[in-house]
Design a binder for this molecule. Structure first.
Ligand code: ZN
Length: 191
């Protein structure tokens, strides 16, 4: 985890990392982009640097985030995709005009237009969500096994048996809970 941004959960898949900026949706939700400034920080971590962000743009970003979450959850459950979520994802994708460029080192970078940086960044995230939900990438959409989380994540493990959105948080918590439950059981059985 990046030391400068200790409260961001950083994953390798852009779209589901973005949905992870709201965690514990079924418990006590934790909003990791509470202000426009935090969204600017998050985008910078993912190579989508914008110089500023308005509260209205933050609202658009959060609407996209929840739409990706809804569509990815439906896809993981093999349910029909919610039409409103699909519409928001397509709208943000259509408004983005970022250009993919190849660096001399052979890496892909996104070039954002100075006049529409936030819209372009959201367009990149929306397009990433489309490729994941459409099943174009090697992996499987799944829901986190933690009952207070249930985040949609993209499982790229070879066996496709990943259970948690994030090993360091949900995975650890579940393991600890199981360990403590086991200890309680042992304690009561020896009494
Ligand atoms: Zn989780």
């Amino acid at each position: 985890m990046c030391a400068a941004f200790p409260d961001f959960r950083l994953g390798s898949v852009l779209a589901t990392s973005f949905t992870g900026t709201l965690s514990e949706r079924h418990g006590n939700p934790v909003e990791r982009i509470p202000t426009p400034h935090r969204l600017v920080d998050w985008l910078a971590v993912y190579g989508l640097a914008v110089d500023s962000c308005t509260p209205a743009q933050l609202d658009l970003a959060r609407e996209l985030r929840e739409s990706i979450h809804a569509a990815a959850t439906a896809a993981a459950l093999q349910d029909a995709l919610p039409a409103s979520a699909v519409q928001v994802i397509n709208d943000r994708s259509a408004r983005g005009r970022a250009t993919a460029v190849l660096t001399p080192e052979g890496e892909r970078r996104w070039r954002l237009n100075p006049a529409s940086r936030v819209a372009d960044a959201l367009g990149v995230i929306a397009a990433d969500a489309i490729s994941v939900i459409a099943g174009e990438r090697d992996g499987r959409l799944a829901l986190c096994a933690s009952p207070t989380c249930r985040a949609a994540f993209f499982d790229t493990s070879r066996s496709r048996t990943r259970r948690w959105c994030d090993m360091n948080t949900c995975g650890n918590r579940q393991k600890k809970a199981r360990f403590q439950a086991g200890r309680r059981q042992n304690a009561s059985s020896t009494e």
